[in-house]
Design a protein around this ligand. Structure first.
Ligand SMILES: [Zn+2]
Length: 157
């Protein structure tokens, strides 16, 4: 399980999402196959993939795009471009081929639309601000201590 950071909350979950890396897709002869399937959690500050063995957090996402593949598995992948902890630009690929509630062939398009909406959502910013449990005032994030602070009560949450 990926631990949530201070002030972070899960806004939306998408189950049965396949996670893949561009490196593996380049090597593959038969087209897409997923390293692992799991749940994609859309939070107010990052995107988290949680499978049985693999857990990944994707922050500083610059672009979400559709990537078609020759082999039809829900119509290809959704590519997420992000900046890694080493500062380098990286990509992750997600697919949603077996989602029962999405019609076949539209699964990846729906995943793309959901992720794009999430990335562009202004609500994300508003929900990122937690409130003080005592006085309900919106808290202020203190970078130095990596904590949320209530200016009215003058204490950390
Ligand atoms: Zn307070």
């Amino acid at each position: 399980m990926v631990e949530l950071e201070a002030g972070e909350q899960v806004l939306h979950e998408i189950r049965k999402v396949g996670y893949e890396t561009p490196e593996r897709v380049k090597k593959a002869l038969l087209g897409p196959s997923y390293i692992e399937k799991g749940t994609l959690k859309l939070t107010n500050s990052s995107l988290i993939f949680e499978g049985k063995k693999i857990q990944r957090r994707f922050k500083k996402i610059s672009k979400i795009s559709k990537k078609d593949t020759k082999v039809k598995l829900g119509g290809g992948y959704v590519q997420v471009d992000y900046k890694g902890s080493d500062g380098k630009e990286k990509s992750a690929l997600f697919g949603a081929s077996s989602m029962a509630f999405w019609s076949k062939g539209k699964a990846t398009e729906n995943l793309y639309n959901t992720l794009t909406h999430w990335l562009q959502s202004e609500k994300k910013e508003a929900q990122y601000m937690p409130r003080c449990p005592t006085c309900r005032q919106v808290a202020t994030f203190v970078q130095q201590y990596n904590k949320w602070y209530c200016t009215r009560c003058q204490r950390y949450l």
